[in-house]
Write a new protein. Structure first.
Length: 353
């Protein structure tokens, strides 16, 4: 065997030492164990405190071990990666806990009877009853709000991106920014003031108007960003062929960004579907089924959850119904998002067409 071959098999002295792949999991296990021990020693009873202590120990342990073996430069890289993982876990753990708690408590009374019956003459403290009237109210109120808010929001975004210039566009952008942060109770009070002027009683469509006000700025902002992502070359190519601008927007710009626009609308629907304050002011709640949103008080899922939880003191039946309605509302939002993804994929332009 030649000297050159022997030299090639020797480890390079220029290559820095590296930690094995199992180091990070081992440090995490040690940090969790040490964090629990410190929490017990300090008499800390909150699981959140345990988690924060373990996260800090994980980051410090990762830096110390990596700096000693791999050097400070690689240690800083590992610390940055550790921060990413810690932030990810801090975001996922509450979400998983929320879903698990809602599912475990909501399945107690969630069945076909619960979904197909209203409260009717059932008292809040008695077992039985259901959320059919609340489902009907939520579907009608959110549906009408979407029919009002989504087209206005999309057309406003088209104006700002494709036509908006000068002070008018600046004023519209300013008011959209203001409306994005408006509290839901303010939208409800605005519609309530109009109802008082015209001496109108609570009805479902009034809640839809307030929800539409909350929905429009979200749709405008999301649609505006999606339209800005469309390459200007597509617009210029269409205009160069003599296609009018309105037809370019309709046939080129909107189909290209339809996926993002649909997702933005679904996010807006998900936001207004859980609003309680405007519904409480304008719709007022109704234990009976009311299929007409333009006359009489109506129920909705968020309002039903609030009312049942408010009556749950000493009444396990109302408490269980509140959790079951919460699970139904989460499932409703999830179904909307799945439908939106399906529509976005179906409407998205296919390659080669």
């Amino acid at each position: 065997m030649s000297t050159a071959a022997v030299t090639d098999k020797r480890p390079s002295t220029l290559r820095a030492a590296s930690l094995p792949k199992w180091t990070s999991p081992a440090i995490a296990v040690g940090a969790i164990a040490l964090g629990i021990g410190i929490s017990f020693a300090a008499d800390l009873h909150s699981e959140i405190q345990w988690a924060l202590i373990a996260a800090v120990l994980f980051v410090l342990g990762t830096y110390g071990i990596s700096a000693r073996v791999e050097g400070r430069r690689q240690a800083k890289d590992r610390v940055a990666t550790s921060f990413v993982w810690v932030a990810f876990l801090l975001a996922v753990i509450p979400l998983v806990s929320l879903v698990w708690t809602t599912v475990s408590r909501g399945v107690k009374v969630l069945d076909v009877y619960f979904l197909t019956h209203s409260m009717g003459v059932v008292a809040d403290s008695e077992p039985g009853g259901g959320i059919y009237h609340a489902i009907i109210g939520s579907l009608e109120q959110v549906g009408l709000a979407t029919l009002i808010g989504a087209p206005i929001g999309v057309m406003t975004a088209i104006y700002l991106v494709e036509y908006g210039r000068g002070r008018l566009a600046q004023a519209v952008t300013f008011f959209v920014d203001v409306m994005t942060g408006i509290p839901s109770i303010v939208a409800g009070l605005f519609i309530l003031s109009l109802m008082l002027i015209f001496e109108m009683q609570p009805f479902g469509f009034a809640g839809s108007l307030a929800l539409a006000i909350l929905m429009m700025p979200v749709v405008v902002r999301s649609t505006e960003e999606m339209l800005k992502l469309v390459p200007n070359e597509l617009r210029e190519a269409s205009l160069a062929l003599g296609v009018p601008k309105w037809r370019t927007i309709l046939k080129v710009v909107l189909p290209t960004s339809i996926g993002g626009i649909t997702t933005g609308i679904m996010l807006a629907i998900a936001r207004i579907a859980g609003e309680t304050a405007p519904v409480l002011l304008l719709v007022f709640g109704n234990p009976f089924i009311n299929n007409n949103p333009f006359e009489g008080a109506q129920a909705s899922l968020p309002l039903y959850i609030y009312q049942q939880y408010a009556q749950s003191a000493g009444a396990n039946a109302a408490y269980d119904r509140a959790w079951a309605a919460s699970l139904t509302l989460i499932a409703f939002v999830m179904i909307l998002n799945l439908v939106a993804r399906g529509i976005a994929r179906w409407k998205a332009p296919k390659a080669g067409r």
